[in-house]
Design a protein around this ligand. Structure first.
Ligand code: SAM
Length: 214
């Protein structure tokens, strides 16, 4: 019923999160979205932005994905349905409320090929010893990427976790111009033999970084 009515007007349910403030689950034009006060987290423009990035990745060569920032799990839907990716995904999110929403509102199920970890991505990366063929970094609190994820120590951990010839897809910013910190991350990747492309204003808004180990 909510789905049908949402073609006439959006229907919203609000849930309080300790990390992201008020989260809104909104039925809009027959599709459910996860939003914060100022940003779309999942299943809207965010999903289109990451799909744009994934079109540049050869997923046939990818046997394992690490997703930092699960949100409602829309990029998992994209990987599974649009790109028929069936192999291993490990998804990390700091927010237990978001993980409950992903499971209960968006039907995400853990199984042999999907592991969900509730942890700060910074800590997860510090203790992680596994390598992944594709690392998707989509860490936002509302409209901002927390500062620690634009600092070199985090990126050193990312490169340790990236397999030989691995790919990194970073949803880096909603800002109109690249920050000094983001430019430093790009230079760091290039200096470590990662072929790095910057896509600006993806879907009119986001800066995406795509980096491939040579
Ligand atoms: C834009 S949403 C992710 C959307 C998701 N990738 C998708 O495809 O639907 C950003 C997520 O980053 C998570 N996040 C923010 N800071 C984090 C941190 N320090 N560690 C882990 N997750 C974090 C938020 O809880 C939020 O769920």
């Amino acid at each position: 019923m909510a789905k049908l009515l949402s073609y006439l007007y959006p229907i919203t349910k609000k849930i309080q999160s300790d990390f992201s403030g008020t989260l809104e689950i909104t039925w809009y034009n027959g599709k459910k979205h996860l939003n914060t006060k100022n940003a779309n987290y999942s299943y809207g423009s965010l999903q289109r932005i990451l799909k744009f990035g994934l079109k540049h990745v050869d997923l046939n060569k990818v046997k394992s994905v690490l997703l930092l920032g699960l949100g409602g799990g829309s990029v998992i839907e994209t990987l599974r349905k649009d790109f028929s990716y069936t192999k291993q995904i490990t998804a990390v999110d700091i927010d237990p409320t978001v993980i409950d929403i992903a499971k209960n509102e968006f039907g995400l199920k853990e199984d042999g090929n999907l592991k969900i970890v509730c942890e700060d991505a910074l800590v997860f990366m510090q203790v992680n010893s596994t390598q992944f063929d594709l690392i998707i970094i989509d860490l936002f609190i509302d409209t901002d990427v927390p500062k620690a994820f634009l600092m070199i120590p985090f990126w050193k951990d990312i490169l340790k976790a990236s397999s030989t010839n691995g790919t990194i897809l970073f949803n880096a910013s909603l800002a109109k111009t690249k920050s000094h910190a983001l430019n430093e991350v790009i230079e760091f990747l290039k200096s470590h033999k990662y072929q790095t492309e910057v896509f600006e204003k993806v879907n009119q808004t986001n800066t995406l970084i795509l980096s491939k180990g040579l």
